[in-house]
Design a binder for this molecule. Structure first.
Ligand code: TEU
Length: 542
Protein backbone atom coordinates (compact mmCIF):
# COMPACT_ATOMS: atom_id res chain seq x y z
CA UNK A 1 0.00 0.00 0.00
CA UNK A 2 1.16 3.52 -0.74
CA UNK A 3 2.77 5.05 2.35
CA UNK A 4 1.60 8.63 2.91
CA UNK A 5 3.97 9.26 5.84
CA UNK A 6 1.20 11.07 7.70
CA UNK A 7 3.07 10.47 10.96
CA UNK A 8 5.73 13.02 10.00
CA UNK A 9 3.38 15.88 10.72
CA UNK A 10 1.57 14.23 13.63
CA UNK A 11 1.75 14.90 17.34
CA UNK A 12 1.30 11.80 19.50
CA UNK A 13 0.09 11.41 23.07
CA UNK A 14 0.90 8.43 25.27
CA UNK A 15 -1.82 6.96 27.45
CA UNK A 16 -0.84 4.75 30.34
CA UNK A 17 -4.27 3.14 30.62
CA UNK A 18 -4.12 1.99 34.24
CA UNK A 19 -3.69 5.61 35.31
CA UNK A 20 -5.61 7.65 32.76
CA UNK A 21 -9.31 7.48 33.63
CA UNK A 22 -11.36 4.90 35.49
CA UNK A 23 -14.98 4.60 34.35
CA UNK A 24 -15.94 1.50 36.33
CA UNK A 25 -14.99 2.57 39.84
CA UNK A 26 -12.60 -0.33 40.46
CA UNK A 27 -9.65 2.02 40.90
CA UNK A 28 -7.95 1.08 37.62
CA UNK A 29 -8.15 3.17 34.46
CA UNK A 30 -9.94 1.53 31.55
CA UNK A 31 -10.90 1.78 27.88
CA UNK A 32 -14.26 3.47 28.48
CA UNK A 33 -12.38 5.98 30.61
CA UNK A 34 -10.16 6.80 27.64
CA UNK A 35 -13.22 7.14 25.38
CA UNK A 36 -14.76 9.57 27.86
CA UNK A 37 -11.72 11.82 27.47
CA UNK A 38 -11.50 11.88 23.69
CA UNK A 39 -12.94 15.39 23.53
CA UNK A 40 -10.20 16.54 25.88
CA UNK A 41 -7.56 14.89 23.69
CA UNK A 42 -9.07 16.33 20.53
CA UNK A 43 -8.99 19.81 22.04
CA UNK A 44 -5.37 19.35 22.99
CA UNK A 45 -4.69 19.14 19.26
CA UNK A 46 -2.92 15.79 19.13
CA UNK A 47 -3.31 13.38 16.22
CA UNK A 48 -2.30 9.99 17.57
CA UNK A 49 -2.89 8.09 20.79
CA UNK A 50 -0.38 5.49 21.77
CA UNK A 51 -2.02 3.23 24.32
CA UNK A 52 0.31 1.19 26.54
CA UNK A 53 -0.70 -2.51 26.68
CA UNK A 54 -4.34 -3.40 27.31
CA UNK A 55 -4.03 -7.07 26.31
CA UNK A 56 -4.86 -9.93 28.61
CA UNK A 57 -2.11 -10.08 31.22
CA UNK A 58 -1.50 -11.23 34.78
CA UNK A 59 -0.13 -7.71 35.27
CA UNK A 60 3.24 -8.35 36.89
CA UNK A 61 4.68 -5.61 34.71
CA UNK A 62 1.45 -3.67 34.22
CA UNK A 63 0.55 -5.34 30.95
CA UNK A 64 4.06 -5.65 29.51
CA UNK A 65 3.63 -9.34 30.29
CA UNK A 66 0.99 -10.45 27.79
CA UNK A 67 -0.85 -13.74 28.18
CA UNK A 68 -3.16 -13.33 25.17
CA UNK A 69 -2.24 -10.93 22.37
CA UNK A 70 -5.69 -11.00 20.79
CA UNK A 71 -7.82 -10.34 23.86
CA UNK A 72 -8.44 -7.28 26.01
CA UNK A 73 -7.72 -7.69 29.70
CA UNK A 74 -11.02 -7.58 31.64
CA UNK A 75 -9.58 -4.93 33.94
CA UNK A 76 -9.54 -2.58 30.93
CA UNK A 77 -12.89 -3.68 29.44
CA UNK A 78 -13.95 -5.72 26.43
CA UNK A 79 -13.25 -5.94 22.73
CA UNK A 80 -16.52 -4.07 22.16
CA UNK A 81 -15.24 -1.26 24.36
CA UNK A 82 -12.07 -1.17 22.30
CA UNK A 83 -13.93 -1.12 18.98
CA UNK A 84 -16.07 1.70 20.28
CA UNK A 85 -12.98 3.65 21.36
CA UNK A 86 -11.45 3.15 17.93
CA UNK A 87 -14.62 4.30 16.18
CA UNK A 88 -14.98 7.35 18.39
CA UNK A 89 -11.30 8.22 17.99
CA UNK A 90 -11.46 7.88 14.22
CA UNK A 91 -14.60 10.01 14.11
CA UNK A 92 -12.50 12.76 15.67
CA UNK A 93 -9.64 12.10 13.24
CA UNK A 94 -7.50 10.68 16.02
CA UNK A 95 -5.38 7.65 15.17
CA UNK A 96 -4.73 4.90 17.68
CA UNK A 97 -1.52 2.93 17.94
CA UNK A 98 -1.08 -0.11 20.14
CA UNK A 99 1.86 -1.35 22.13
CA UNK A 100 3.42 -4.42 20.56
CA UNK A 101 5.25 -6.44 23.21
CA UNK A 102 6.98 -9.22 21.36
CA UNK A 103 10.44 -9.51 22.85
CA UNK A 104 8.77 -11.62 25.52
CA UNK A 105 5.38 -12.87 26.67
CA UNK A 106 3.98 -13.62 30.09
CA UNK A 107 4.92 -17.02 31.48
CA UNK A 108 1.16 -17.57 31.54
CA UNK A 109 0.87 -17.26 27.76
CA UNK A 110 -0.31 -20.55 26.17
CA UNK A 111 2.77 -20.45 23.92
CA UNK A 112 5.02 -20.61 26.97
CA UNK A 113 2.86 -23.18 28.73
CA UNK A 114 3.25 -25.40 25.65
CA UNK A 115 6.93 -24.63 25.24
CA UNK A 116 7.83 -25.52 28.81
CA UNK A 117 5.89 -28.79 28.80
CA UNK A 118 8.67 -30.82 27.14
CA UNK A 119 11.74 -30.56 24.95
CA UNK A 120 9.95 -31.85 21.88
CA UNK A 121 6.54 -30.17 21.76
CA UNK A 122 5.69 -28.14 18.66
CA UNK A 123 6.47 -24.84 20.42
CA UNK A 124 9.58 -26.10 22.19
CA UNK A 125 11.71 -23.75 20.16
CA UNK A 126 9.53 -20.62 20.59
CA UNK A 127 11.45 -19.50 23.71
CA UNK A 128 15.13 -19.58 24.60
CA UNK A 129 16.03 -22.72 26.54
CA UNK A 130 19.44 -23.87 27.75
CA UNK A 131 20.79 -26.66 29.93
CA UNK A 132 23.23 -24.26 31.53
CA UNK A 133 22.71 -20.52 32.12
CA UNK A 134 25.28 -17.95 31.06
CA UNK A 135 26.19 -15.09 33.42
CA UNK A 136 23.46 -12.62 32.32
CA UNK A 137 21.44 -10.81 34.95
CA UNK A 138 17.94 -9.51 34.28
CA UNK A 139 17.01 -5.82 34.17
CA UNK A 140 14.47 -5.95 36.95
CA UNK A 141 16.09 -7.91 39.76
CA UNK A 142 19.79 -7.97 38.99
CA UNK A 143 19.67 -11.74 39.58
CA UNK A 144 20.25 -14.39 36.95
CA UNK A 145 18.34 -13.82 33.72
CA UNK A 146 17.68 -17.58 33.66
CA UNK A 147 15.05 -19.47 35.60
CA UNK A 148 14.97 -23.22 35.94
CA UNK A 149 11.82 -25.00 34.83
CA UNK A 150 11.54 -28.42 36.45
CA UNK A 151 8.82 -29.53 34.04
CA UNK A 152 11.15 -29.26 31.07
CA UNK A 153 14.40 -29.76 32.96
CA UNK A 154 16.00 -26.62 31.43
CA UNK A 155 16.49 -22.92 32.04
CA UNK A 156 14.63 -20.20 30.11
CA UNK A 157 15.94 -16.72 29.40
CA UNK A 158 14.17 -13.58 30.65
CA UNK A 159 15.77 -10.18 30.09
CA UNK A 160 13.11 -8.60 32.32
CA UNK A 161 11.35 -10.47 35.15
CA UNK A 162 11.09 -14.24 35.42
CA UNK A 163 7.39 -13.73 34.60
CA UNK A 164 8.48 -12.47 31.14
CA UNK A 165 10.24 -15.25 29.19
CA UNK A 166 11.98 -14.06 26.01
CA UNK A 167 10.65 -15.25 22.68
CA UNK A 168 13.01 -16.93 20.24
CA UNK A 169 12.91 -14.77 17.13
CA UNK A 170 15.17 -17.19 15.28
CA UNK A 171 12.21 -19.57 15.10
CA UNK A 172 10.33 -19.10 11.80
CA UNK A 173 6.93 -20.21 13.13
CA UNK A 174 7.18 -17.82 16.06
CA UNK A 175 7.81 -14.88 13.74
CA UNK A 176 4.87 -15.89 11.57
CA UNK A 177 2.63 -16.12 14.64
CA UNK A 178 3.66 -12.59 15.63
CA UNK A 179 2.89 -11.28 12.13
CA UNK A 180 -0.55 -12.97 12.19
CA UNK A 181 -1.30 -11.30 15.48
CA UNK A 182 -0.21 -7.90 14.15
CA UNK A 183 -2.48 -8.37 11.14
CA UNK A 184 -5.37 -9.16 13.48
CA UNK A 185 -5.11 -5.69 15.06
CA UNK A 186 -4.44 -3.87 11.82
CA UNK A 187 -7.49 -5.50 10.23
CA UNK A 188 -9.58 -4.23 13.14
CA UNK A 189 -8.38 -0.76 12.21
CA UNK A 190 -5.55 0.21 14.54
CA UNK A 191 -3.16 2.73 13.03
CA UNK A 192 0.17 1.28 13.99
CA UNK A 193 2.40 0.05 16.77
CA UNK A 194 4.87 1.23 19.35
CA UNK A 195 7.19 -1.75 19.54
CA UNK A 196 8.45 -2.59 22.99
CA UNK A 197 12.24 -3.17 23.27
CA UNK A 198 12.33 -4.13 19.62
CA UNK A 199 16.09 -3.57 19.56
CA UNK A 200 16.56 -6.64 21.79
CA UNK A 201 14.67 -9.29 19.83
CA UNK A 202 17.67 -10.88 18.10
CA UNK A 203 20.04 -12.47 20.59
CA UNK A 204 23.73 -13.02 19.80
CA UNK A 205 24.72 -16.44 18.63
CA UNK A 206 25.69 -18.86 21.40
CA UNK A 207 24.68 -16.31 24.06
CA UNK A 208 28.20 -15.45 25.28
CA UNK A 209 28.85 -14.27 28.84
CA UNK A 210 28.99 -10.49 29.25
CA UNK A 211 26.71 -7.46 29.52
CA UNK A 212 23.29 -8.71 28.42
CA UNK A 213 21.93 -5.29 27.41
CA UNK A 214 24.92 -4.48 25.24
CA UNK A 215 25.09 -7.94 23.73
CA UNK A 216 21.41 -8.10 22.82
CA UNK A 217 20.91 -4.52 21.56
CA UNK A 218 20.84 -4.49 17.76
CA UNK A 219 21.51 -8.23 17.62
CA UNK A 220 22.72 -10.04 14.51
CA UNK A 221 19.34 -10.51 12.77
CA UNK A 222 17.25 -7.62 14.04
CA UNK A 223 17.25 -5.72 10.74
CA UNK A 224 16.56 -8.85 8.74
CA UNK A 225 13.55 -9.64 10.95
CA UNK A 226 12.18 -6.12 10.80
CA UNK A 227 12.52 -6.08 7.02
CA UNK A 228 10.66 -9.35 6.92
CA UNK A 229 7.97 -7.84 9.19
CA UNK A 230 7.69 -4.90 6.80
CA UNK A 231 7.27 -7.21 3.79
CA UNK A 232 4.90 -9.62 5.51
CA UNK A 233 2.63 -7.19 7.34
CA UNK A 234 3.46 -3.52 7.62
CA UNK A 235 3.72 -2.73 3.91
CA UNK A 236 0.04 -3.61 3.46
CA UNK A 237 -1.07 -0.73 5.67
CA UNK A 238 -0.55 3.04 5.75
CA UNK A 239 0.32 3.08 9.44
CA UNK A 240 2.82 4.40 11.95
CA UNK A 241 5.54 2.38 13.66
CA UNK A 242 7.91 3.48 16.39
CA UNK A 243 10.43 1.14 17.93
CA UNK A 244 11.47 1.46 21.54
CA UNK A 245 15.15 1.06 21.02
CA UNK A 246 17.37 0.89 24.07
CA UNK A 247 21.03 0.70 23.05
CA UNK A 248 20.43 2.22 19.62
CA UNK A 249 23.10 4.55 18.28
CA UNK A 250 22.61 7.02 15.44
CA UNK A 251 24.22 4.60 13.02
CA UNK A 252 21.79 1.91 14.01
CA UNK A 253 18.85 4.33 13.89
CA UNK A 254 19.71 5.07 10.27
CA UNK A 255 18.85 1.44 9.59
CA UNK A 256 15.78 1.06 11.84
CA UNK A 257 14.16 4.32 10.78
CA UNK A 258 15.56 4.96 7.33
CA UNK A 259 13.53 7.04 4.90
CA UNK A 260 13.65 4.07 2.53
CA UNK A 261 10.81 2.65 4.66
CA UNK A 262 12.29 -0.83 4.82
CA UNK A 263 11.91 -1.25 8.58
CA UNK A 264 10.23 1.14 11.05
CA UNK A 265 9.20 4.78 10.78
CA UNK A 266 11.13 6.00 13.82
CA UNK A 267 12.70 4.92 17.10
CA UNK A 268 12.78 6.11 20.68
CA UNK A 269 16.45 6.29 21.56
CA UNK A 270 17.73 6.31 25.14
CA UNK A 271 20.80 8.52 25.00
CA UNK A 272 19.19 11.49 26.76
CA UNK A 273 17.88 9.24 29.54
CA UNK A 274 21.33 7.82 30.00
CA UNK A 275 22.75 11.26 30.85
CA UNK A 276 21.41 11.11 34.39
CA UNK A 277 20.59 7.44 34.59
CA UNK A 278 21.10 4.51 32.30
CA UNK A 279 20.87 0.89 33.28
CA UNK A 280 24.08 0.88 35.30
CA UNK A 281 23.50 3.95 37.43
CA UNK A 282 19.77 4.30 37.41
CA UNK A 283 19.48 4.66 41.19
CA UNK A 284 21.83 7.59 41.60
CA UNK A 285 20.54 11.13 41.90
CA UNK A 286 22.23 13.30 39.30
CA UNK A 287 21.30 16.40 37.32
CA UNK A 288 21.38 16.43 33.55
CA UNK A 289 23.81 18.92 32.06
CA UNK A 290 21.71 20.91 29.58
CA UNK A 291 24.57 21.54 27.14
CA UNK A 292 25.28 17.84 27.01
CA UNK A 293 21.60 17.16 26.52
CA UNK A 294 21.42 19.56 23.61
CA UNK A 295 24.63 18.20 22.13
CA UNK A 296 23.04 14.75 22.02
CA UNK A 297 19.92 16.12 20.40
CA UNK A 298 22.11 17.89 17.88
CA UNK A 299 23.92 14.67 17.08
CA UNK A 300 20.59 12.93 16.41
CA UNK A 301 19.08 15.86 14.49
CA UNK A 302 22.08 16.15 12.20
CA UNK A 303 22.65 12.46 11.64
CA UNK A 304 19.05 11.63 10.80
CA UNK A 305 18.15 14.75 8.80
CA UNK A 306 17.13 13.79 5.27
CA UNK A 307 17.97 10.14 5.90
CA UNK A 308 15.76 8.84 8.67
CA UNK A 309 13.02 10.08 10.98
CA UNK A 310 13.24 10.97 14.67
CA UNK A 311 10.87 10.84 17.62
CA UNK A 312 10.87 13.56 20.29
CA UNK A 313 9.91 12.88 23.88
CA UNK A 314 10.44 14.32 27.32
CA UNK A 315 9.17 11.44 29.41
CA UNK A 316 7.12 8.27 29.40
CA UNK A 317 5.85 5.59 31.79
CA UNK A 318 9.41 4.32 32.39
CA UNK A 319 11.12 7.64 33.01
CA UNK A 320 10.94 10.28 35.74
CA UNK A 321 8.60 13.15 34.94
CA UNK A 322 10.22 16.00 33.02
CA UNK A 323 9.56 18.88 35.44
CA UNK A 324 11.36 17.41 38.47
CA UNK A 325 14.03 15.95 36.24
CA UNK A 326 15.02 19.00 34.18
CA UNK A 327 12.87 21.86 35.43
CA UNK A 328 11.71 23.46 38.63
CA UNK A 329 9.19 21.84 40.92
CA UNK A 330 8.64 24.96 42.97
CA UNK A 331 7.55 28.45 42.00
CA UNK A 332 8.64 28.12 38.39
CA UNK A 333 6.98 24.75 37.79
CA UNK A 334 4.65 25.98 35.09
CA UNK A 335 7.23 28.15 33.42
CA UNK A 336 9.77 25.34 33.33
CA UNK A 337 7.22 22.84 32.00
CA UNK A 338 6.53 25.22 29.12
CA UNK A 339 10.22 25.88 28.44
CA UNK A 340 10.98 22.17 28.21
CA UNK A 341 8.19 21.58 25.73
CA UNK A 342 9.43 24.51 23.61
CA UNK A 343 12.96 23.10 23.49
CA UNK A 344 12.08 19.54 22.61
CA UNK A 345 9.00 19.70 20.42
CA UNK A 346 10.28 22.19 17.86
CA UNK A 347 13.10 19.99 16.69
CA UNK A 348 12.66 17.71 13.68
CA UNK A 349 10.69 14.57 14.50
CA UNK A 350 7.35 13.38 15.79
CA UNK A 351 6.56 14.61 19.32
CA UNK A 352 5.21 12.17 21.91
CA UNK A 353 3.57 13.83 24.90
CA UNK A 354 3.18 11.65 27.98
CA UNK A 355 -0.11 11.96 29.86
CA UNK A 356 0.03 14.62 32.56
CA UNK A 357 3.00 16.34 30.99
CA UNK A 358 0.55 18.86 29.54
CA UNK A 359 -0.27 19.85 33.13
CA UNK A 360 3.33 20.01 34.29
CA UNK A 361 2.79 17.04 36.63
CA UNK A 362 5.59 16.40 39.12
CA UNK A 363 7.26 13.49 40.89
CA UNK A 364 5.34 11.78 43.66
CA UNK A 365 7.10 11.56 47.01
CA UNK A 366 6.21 8.09 48.23
CA UNK A 367 6.52 7.54 51.96
CA UNK A 368 7.04 3.82 52.21
CA UNK A 369 7.76 0.74 50.13
CA UNK A 370 4.14 -0.29 50.69
CA UNK A 371 3.10 2.51 48.35
CA UNK A 372 5.21 1.17 45.48
CA UNK A 373 3.66 -0.97 42.74
CA UNK A 374 6.37 -1.35 40.11
CA UNK A 375 8.25 -4.65 40.10
CA UNK A 376 11.50 -2.89 39.21
CA UNK A 377 11.14 -0.28 41.98
CA UNK A 378 10.27 -2.82 44.65
CA UNK A 379 13.33 -4.90 43.72
CA UNK A 380 15.48 -1.77 43.65
CA UNK A 381 14.21 -0.71 47.06
CA UNK A 382 15.18 -4.08 48.51
CA UNK A 383 18.68 -3.58 47.17
CA UNK A 384 18.98 0.08 48.17
CA UNK A 385 18.14 -0.52 51.82
CA UNK A 386 21.28 -2.62 52.06
CA UNK A 387 23.22 0.65 51.62
CA UNK A 388 20.84 3.48 52.53
CA UNK A 389 18.25 4.17 55.21
CA UNK A 390 14.61 3.41 54.44
CA UNK A 391 13.95 7.14 54.10
CA UNK A 392 16.83 7.69 51.69
CA UNK A 393 15.89 4.61 49.67
CA UNK A 394 12.30 5.70 49.18
CA UNK A 395 13.49 9.17 48.22
CA UNK A 396 15.71 7.74 45.50
CA UNK A 397 12.87 5.56 44.22
CA UNK A 398 10.49 8.54 44.19
CA UNK A 399 12.93 10.49 42.01
CA UNK A 400 14.25 7.75 39.76
CA UNK A 401 11.70 4.93 39.79
CA UNK A 402 8.83 4.36 37.39
CA UNK A 403 5.90 4.64 39.82
CA UNK A 404 6.34 8.36 40.20
CA UNK A 405 5.37 8.92 36.57
CA UNK A 406 2.56 6.39 36.81
CA UNK A 407 0.37 8.06 39.42
CA UNK A 408 -3.10 8.82 38.02
CA UNK A 409 -3.97 11.75 35.78
CA UNK A 410 -5.12 14.71 37.81
CA UNK A 411 -8.43 15.75 36.32
CA UNK A 412 -9.96 17.75 39.14
CA UNK A 413 -9.54 18.85 42.75
CA UNK A 414 -12.28 16.51 43.97
CA UNK A 415 -11.62 13.17 45.70
CA UNK A 416 -9.01 11.02 43.93
CA UNK A 417 -8.40 13.84 41.47
CA UNK A 418 -11.52 12.82 39.54
CA UNK A 419 -9.65 9.75 38.30
CA UNK A 420 -11.78 7.14 40.07
CA UNK A 421 -14.73 6.86 42.40
CA UNK A 422 -13.04 3.79 43.92
CA UNK A 423 -9.76 3.07 45.61
CA UNK A 424 -6.95 3.96 43.15
CA UNK A 425 -4.52 1.11 42.38
CA UNK A 426 -1.61 3.45 43.15
CA UNK A 427 -1.60 6.61 45.24
CA UNK A 428 -2.66 9.91 43.70
CA UNK A 429 -0.06 12.65 43.93
CA UNK A 430 -1.30 14.82 46.81
CA UNK A 431 -0.66 17.94 44.76
CA UNK A 432 -3.75 17.18 42.64
CA UNK A 433 -5.64 19.87 44.53
CA UNK A 434 -3.38 22.43 42.92
CA UNK A 435 -2.38 20.68 39.68
CA UNK A 436 -5.37 19.43 37.70
CA UNK A 437 -7.00 19.91 34.31
CA UNK A 438 -10.17 21.56 35.68
CA UNK A 439 -8.15 24.34 37.24
CA UNK A 440 -5.93 24.73 34.20
CA UNK A 441 -8.95 25.04 31.90
CA UNK A 442 -9.87 28.23 33.73
CA UNK A 443 -6.54 29.98 33.17
CA UNK A 444 -5.28 31.17 29.79
CA UNK A 445 -1.69 31.01 31.06
CA UNK A 446 -1.87 27.40 32.32
CA UNK A 447 0.48 24.70 31.06
CA UNK A 448 -2.50 22.97 29.48
CA UNK A 449 -3.53 25.99 27.43
CA UNK A 450 0.09 26.58 26.57
CA UNK A 451 0.42 23.03 25.20
CA UNK A 452 -2.65 23.66 23.04
CA UNK A 453 -1.03 26.79 21.65
CA UNK A 454 2.31 25.08 21.18
CA UNK A 455 0.85 22.16 19.24
CA UNK A 456 -1.11 24.52 17.01
CA UNK A 457 1.94 26.66 16.36
CA UNK A 458 4.15 23.71 15.62
CA UNK A 459 1.67 22.47 13.03
CA UNK A 460 1.31 25.86 11.40
CA UNK A 461 5.03 26.36 10.81
CA UNK A 462 7.07 25.06 7.96
CA UNK A 463 10.26 24.65 9.93
CA UNK A 464 13.67 24.64 8.25
CA UNK A 465 16.71 22.54 9.05
CA UNK A 466 17.85 22.33 12.68
CA UNK A 467 20.97 24.38 13.45
CA UNK A 468 22.27 24.46 17.01
CA UNK A 469 23.42 27.77 18.46
CA UNK A 470 26.57 27.22 20.46
CA UNK A 471 26.47 28.80 23.89
CA UNK A 472 28.91 28.84 26.72
CA UNK A 473 26.27 28.93 29.39
CA UNK A 474 25.63 25.35 30.35
CA UNK A 475 21.88 25.76 30.76
CA UNK A 476 20.98 27.50 27.52
CA UNK A 477 19.18 25.37 24.97
CA UNK A 478 19.19 27.24 21.65
CA UNK A 479 18.68 26.41 18.02
CA UNK A 480 17.31 27.69 14.80
CA UNK A 481 14.95 26.05 12.37
CA UNK A 482 15.37 28.24 9.30
CA UNK A 483 14.53 31.74 10.46
CA UNK A 484 12.80 30.52 13.62
CA UNK A 485 14.85 30.72 16.78
CA UNK A 486 14.16 28.65 19.87
CA UNK A 487 16.01 30.00 22.90
CA UNK A 488 15.50 28.69 26.39
CA UNK A 489 17.21 29.23 29.69
CA UNK A 490 16.82 25.95 31.57
CA UNK A 491 18.25 27.24 34.83
CA UNK A 492 17.21 29.16 37.91
CA UNK A 493 19.54 32.10 37.11
CA UNK A 494 19.13 34.98 34.72
CA UNK A 495 21.40 34.46 31.73
CA UNK A 496 22.75 36.90 29.14
CA UNK A 497 21.90 36.16 25.57
CA UNK A 498 21.12 38.70 22.90
CA UNK A 499 18.97 38.48 19.82
CA UNK A 500 16.58 40.44 17.75
CA UNK A 501 12.92 39.46 17.70
CA UNK A 502 11.21 40.10 14.40
CA UNK A 503 8.06 38.30 15.33
CA UNK A 504 7.46 36.56 18.65
CA UNK A 505 5.72 33.25 18.08
CA UNK A 506 5.58 31.74 21.56
CA UNK A 507 6.95 32.76 24.95
CA UNK A 508 6.46 31.67 28.53
CA UNK A 509 7.08 34.95 30.42
CA UNK A 510 6.11 38.37 29.10
CA UNK A 511 5.67 39.24 25.48
CA UNK A 512 9.21 39.96 24.32
CA UNK A 513 10.18 43.33 22.90
CA UNK A 514 12.23 43.65 19.73
CA UNK A 515 15.55 43.08 21.45
CA UNK A 516 16.40 40.45 24.02
CA UNK A 517 19.48 40.80 26.21
CA UNK A 518 18.76 38.35 28.98
CA UNK A 519 16.54 35.39 29.66
CA UNK A 520 15.04 35.07 33.12
CA UNK A 521 15.07 31.74 34.99
CA UNK A 522 13.37 29.14 32.78
CA UNK A 523 12.34 31.76 30.27
CA UNK A 524 11.96 30.53 26.70
CA UNK A 525 11.12 32.29 23.46
CA UNK A 526 10.33 31.09 19.98
CA UNK A 527 10.64 33.90 17.50
CA UNK A 528 11.28 34.71 13.91
CA UNK A 529 14.64 36.38 13.72
CA UNK A 530 16.92 37.28 10.85
CA UNK A 531 20.17 37.58 12.66
CA UNK A 532 21.56 36.92 16.04
CA UNK A 533 22.75 40.16 17.61
CA UNK A 534 26.46 40.16 18.19
CA UNK A 535 28.03 41.04 21.47
CA UNK A 536 26.26 38.57 23.67
CA UNK A 537 28.97 37.59 26.08
CA UNK A 538 28.30 33.95 26.58
CA UNK A 539 27.06 33.40 23.15
CA UNK A 540 27.95 33.22 19.48
CA UNK A 541 26.21 31.78 16.47
CA UNK A 542 27.72 28.47 15.46
O1 TEU B 1 10.93 -0.84 28.58
C1 TEU B 1 12.17 -1.35 28.30
C2 TEU B 1 13.37 -0.64 28.76
O2 TEU B 1 14.42 -0.85 28.25
C3 TEU B 1 13.31 0.28 29.84
O3 TEU B 1 12.70 1.46 29.69
C4 TEU B 1 13.15 -0.34 31.17
O4 TEU B 1 11.84 -0.43 31.58
C5 TEU B 1 13.88 0.51 32.13
O5 TEU B 1 15.14 0.72 31.63
C6 TEU B 1 14.01 -0.16 33.44
O6 TEU B 1 14.85 0.66 34.19
C7 TEU B 1 9.84 -1.52 28.04
C8 TEU B 1 8.56 -0.97 28.61
O7 TEU B 1 8.42 0.37 28.22
C9 TEU B 1 8.55 -1.18 30.09
O8 TEU B 1 7.46 -0.58 30.72
C10 TEU B 1 8.58 -2.65 30.33
O9 TEU B 1 8.67 -2.92 31.69
C11 TEU B 1 9.74 -3.34 29.61
O10 TEU B 1 9.88 -2.90 28.27
C12 TEU B 1 9.51 -4.82 29.54
O11 TEU B 1 8.45 -5.07 28.67
Amino acid sequence: MKQSNWWKSAVAYQIYPKSFMDSSGDGVGDICGITSKLDYLERLGIDVLWISPIYKSPGYDNGYDVSDYCAIDPVFGTMDDFNHLLKEAHRRKLKVIMDLVVNHTSDEHPWFIASKSSKDNEKSDWYIWRDKPNNWTDFFSGNSAWTYCAERGQYYLHMFSEKQPDLNWDCDELRQAVYDMMRFWLDIGVDGFRMDVISYISKPEDLPDGDMGKLCANGPHVHEYLREMRREVLSDFDIMTVGEAAGVTVDEALKYASNDGAELNMVFHFEINDLDGGESCKWVLRKTNINKMQALHTKWQNALHGKAWNSLYLSNHDQPRAVPRYGDEGKLRERSAKALAMCIYFMEGTPFIYQGEELGMTACDFRSVKELRDIESINAYNNLIKTYSAKESIEIISRRGRDSARTPMQWDNIANAGFTSGMPWIGINPNYEEINTAEQETRTDSVLNFYRKLIKLRKSLDLGEYKPIKTEHESLFCYKRGNVLVAANLSAETVSIAFEVRKALLYNVDEPGTHINTLQPFEAIIAETRTIIKGAEAYAES
